[in-house]
Design a protein around this ligand. Structure first.
Ligand SMILES: [Ca+2]
Ligand SMILES: [Ca+2]
Ligand SMILES: [Ca+2]
Length: 425
């Protein structure tokens, strides 16, 4: 098969490149968990309420409709209602506690445009409006309550597409957005700060084309409907990616890696214990779970989880809560209120206020007062701190300030927000 030949060549190229750059195990630890009931690859993964849902795929014999769920609290799997359509090379995203599964290859090796939604509350699947472009191996993520489906394979492997289509559950409609600069399928996708990162992928008609795809990193901004290009880096294809603490962790065949969007740089991580492609994945409580996959003709049931060694957690702060721009008069004798907000991944009440410092670099002023209250009125408790303006070292022209500190458990935190100095003439 043409697809397998291209893939084999691509993988051979990657193996050479990867071996040359092999680094010592680092950056976190891998654990092996209970295997999935059904060995398979090309399934969609999604995390709902701290559990990993894995839907569809291929077991080596047939396309699957299988849905299974993993609960990290008990290290157990359960089988749930199957999808309405058996399909492989599908993608998944979670919106409002429901798993959206789209695209893939189905009966008769047909490329599918099918969109199905699973509701854990009722253990049922429903069919929604199909996407405009039938394809498999698309990158699928949810951003701000919408499902983004980018790239994929419209032929057996090549040709690939660059199309970006967005589904809005509120209206059950699809919109076509700006195409990705580089067409490709089975890329690694992740979301950081509301931006869609598409990294690597395959497959071209020629090895040079495939190689180019495997090292291309492009970023989509939903607000501006524009793409930007990052520094090329050999990512590969069919890896499992997930964002933790504003970095993207890529569980790879031989060496796993972490990408820091803030600096556009990569670092090596401990390799995944079981080498594989086309696994399903998801991030739960700061761990990247990788389920199933494919290696040398074997379909795998393996579940492994990576816990990054986190040196500093990024937290959300709001300088002068509720107001913007955050105008500060550096000559003021008054105080600056700063809130540390509780978010899904972070509980602000765990911060030890006696460790907190605030200023242009986050090392300047200690708070003169702190309290716990629901600062942003969203129902959870945040921390509010007050700093003497004159202690902060903020001078005219400074445009941002940072807060650093530790939790009671000793975990370092850092958050930043913009400021606008006033009264400086
Ligand atoms: Ca503010
Ligand atoms: Ca909150
Ligand atoms: Ca709150």
């Amino acid at each position: 098969m043409k697809r397998m030949a291209i893939l084999a060549l691509l993988l051979a190229l990657l193996a050479v490149a990867v071996t040359a750059g092999l680094a010592a195990a680092q950056g976190g630890t891998w654990e092996t968990k209970a295997p999935m009931p059904t060995a398979r690859h090309g399934a969609a993964g999604g995390v709902i309420n701290g559990k990993l849902y894995v839907a569809g795929g291929h077991d080596g014999t047939q396309y699957l409709a299988t849905l299974e769920v993993y609960d990290p609290a008990t290290n157990t799997w359960a089988s749930l209602s199957p999808m309405l359509t058996a399909q492989h090379s599908v993608g998944g995203g979670v919106i409002n506690g429901k798993l959206y599964v789209v695209g893939g290859i189905g009966a008769g090796n047909q490329k599918l445009a099918t969109l199905e939604v699973y509701d854990p509350a009722t253990n049922t699947w429903t069919t929604k409006a199909p996407m405009p472009t039938a394809r498999s191996g698309a990158g699928v993520v949810a951003i701000d309550g919408k499902l983004y489906v980018v790239g994929g394979c419209v032929g057996w492997c090549a040709p690939t597409t660059a199309v970006l289509e967005v589904y809005d559950p509120a209206t059950d409609t699809w919109t076509t957005k700006a195409s990705m600069p580089t067409a490709r399928g089975v890329a690694d996708v992740a979301v950081v700060d509301g931006l869609l990162y598409v990294m690597g992928g395959c497959c071209g008609w020629t090895v040079p084309q495939s190689e180019q795809m495997s090292k291309t990193i492009e970023v989509y901004n939903p607000t501006t409907n524009t793409w930007t290009t990052k520094t090329q880096h050999l990512v590969g294809a069919g890896d499992t990616a997930g964002s933790i603490n504003e970095k993207i962790y890529v569980a790879k065949f031989a060496d796993s890696e972490v990408y820091d969007p803030a600096t556009d740089t990569w670092a090596s991580l401990s390799p995944m214990p079981t080498a594989r492609y086309y696994a399903a994945g998801g991030v739960i409580n700061g761990k990247l779970y990788v389920a199933g996959g494919y290696y040398e003709t074997h379909n795998l049931a393996t579940l492994e989880a990576f816990t990054p060694e986190v040196t500093e957690i990024t937290v959300t702060i709001d300088i002068k809560p509720g107001s913007f721009p955050n105008s500060i008069n550096p000559r003021s004798k008054g105080r600056i209120p700063v809130a540390i907000l509780t978010t899904d991944p972070f509980d602000a009440t765990t911060v030890d206020p006696t460790t907190v410092l605030f200023g242009p670099t986050g090392t300047e002023a200690a708070p003169v007062q702190s309290a716990l209250e629901d600062v942003d009125g969203d129902g959870d408790t945040d921390m509010i701190l007050h700093f003497n303006t004159q202690d902060t070292g903020i001078v005219c022209g400074v445009t941002s300030a940072s807060l650093t500190g530790e939790t009671f458990a000793g975990q370092a935190i850092r958050g930043s927000d913009s400021i606008n100095t006033a009264g400086c003439k």
